[in-house]
Design a protein around this ligand. Structure first.
Ligand SMILES: [Zn+2]
Length: 345
């Protein structure tokens, strides 16, 4: 479905994206870059149209300092994420783009992209710039699809809802990577050693899966150690819980990137990213992998329905992982209790 829909880069009248560089009017921000960004935005406009969405007015900011550019937009955008202390470090890599929205309908996204890959003159960066732009425009597309299909998910601190939010980030990263593969595959071909050609793929920019997998496995150990530190009385409960949540999210997002790369390169989707990982992570990941295929072109309501069902299942997998690491939760009025036990493995 995805392949087919992204193959049809049909003629649509897309409103030209608002494009700018930070710093403003940078000398490197030339025609090649603006034409590429306008072309990809048009391709995504046709995708949005195919999915039954209203036209989207995209602003793209190519910034030498992504973190500063994102922070500068903090008061202009909506969403649950606090951007004031936005940083670029993530498990297994560094942030190269960020998509935010100015309105509830998500028709006015602002996409910040790292200028480094656009400014680099090596041929491989011509692949990378398409990849990071397509990945972020995919987030803009998914955000609008979700907003059109139902009520927004409420911000929460309740663990059994936090787990669903984490599942949402993870599944969305997988889908955005898959869409970027699809777009890239239509932008060029690679001639292989045996003379045959194949479509361009994200792996032609950089092979990332092994790094993401090992970083995720290190993060699992780190989460287990943090819980152990609490049990030893070295840190308090809140410090432990505030560390466990983002680390779990980043760990699973790293696995999603690895999984998307693997599924595309191998052509055989299926749990790979936790081969050789500790059993609790492997068990949870198998369940999350079963949630990746959410329909994008059957209407916005159908997307939200399917996504919510996916979050129920993948969210339970996250709770199951926490349980195996020793953390269980129960409601207490509007708040919750955390019980901390030794890990079950
Ligand atoms: Zn992303």
């Amino acid at each position: 479905m995805l392949e087919h829909a992204f193959g049809r880069l049909c003629n649509v009248t897309a409103s030209a994206p608002l494009l700018r560089s930070v710093p403003p009017d940078a000398e490197w921000f030339g025609e090649r870059i603006t034409e590429l960004l306008a072309g990809l935005t048009t391709a995504f406009a046709s995708t949005g149209e195919l999915a039954g969405l209203s036209p989207q007015s995209v602003e793209i900011v190519v910034a030498e300092d992504v973190a500063a550019a994102v922070k500068s937009l903090a008061t202009e955008v909506i969403g649950v994420e606090s951007l004031q202390d936005f940083s670029l470090e993530r498990v297994g890599g560094t942030v190269t783009g960020k998509t935010m929205f100015r309105d509830v309908a998500h028709e006015f996204p602002v996409v910040v992209l790292d200028a480094a890959v656009f400014r680099d003159e090596s041929a491989i960066c011509r692949v990378g710039e398409i990849q990071i732009t397509a990945h972020e425009l995919a987030h803009a597309f998914i955000g609008q699809l979700r907003a059109a299909g139902g009520e927004p998910m409420d911000p929460t601190s309740l663990p059994w809802e936090v787990s669903r939010w984490i599942a949402r980030y993870v599944i969305e990263e997988y889908i955005a990577d898959s869409i970027a593969e699809s777009v890239l595959g239509r932008c060029g071909t690679v001639t292989q050693a045996d003379g045959t050609t194949r479509p361009l793929a994200c792996v032609d920019f950089a092979e990332c899966a092994p790094y993401f997998v090992s970083a995720a496995q290190e993060t699992l150990d780190n989460i287990a150690e943090t819980i152990h530190d609490y049990r030893l009385g070295l840190i308090d409960l809140e410090t432990m819980w505030l560390a466990v949540q983002p680390r779990t999210s980043q760990m699973l997002i790293a696995l999603a990137h690895a999984q998307a790369e693997h599924d595309h390169v191998s052509g055989h989707p299926g749990p790979y990213a936790t081969d050789g990982a500790a059993a609790p992570l492997d068990r949870a990941w198998r369940d999350v992998c079963a949630c990746f295929s959410v329909p994008l072109f059957e209407g916005a309501e159908r997307f939200v329905q399917a996504e919510q069902a996916a979050l129920d299942r993948a969210g339970k997998a996250v709770l199951g992982l926490w349980r195996e690491l020793g953390l269980t939760f129960r409601p207490e009025g509007a708040a919750f209790y955390i019980s901390v036990a030794p890990p079950t493995h």
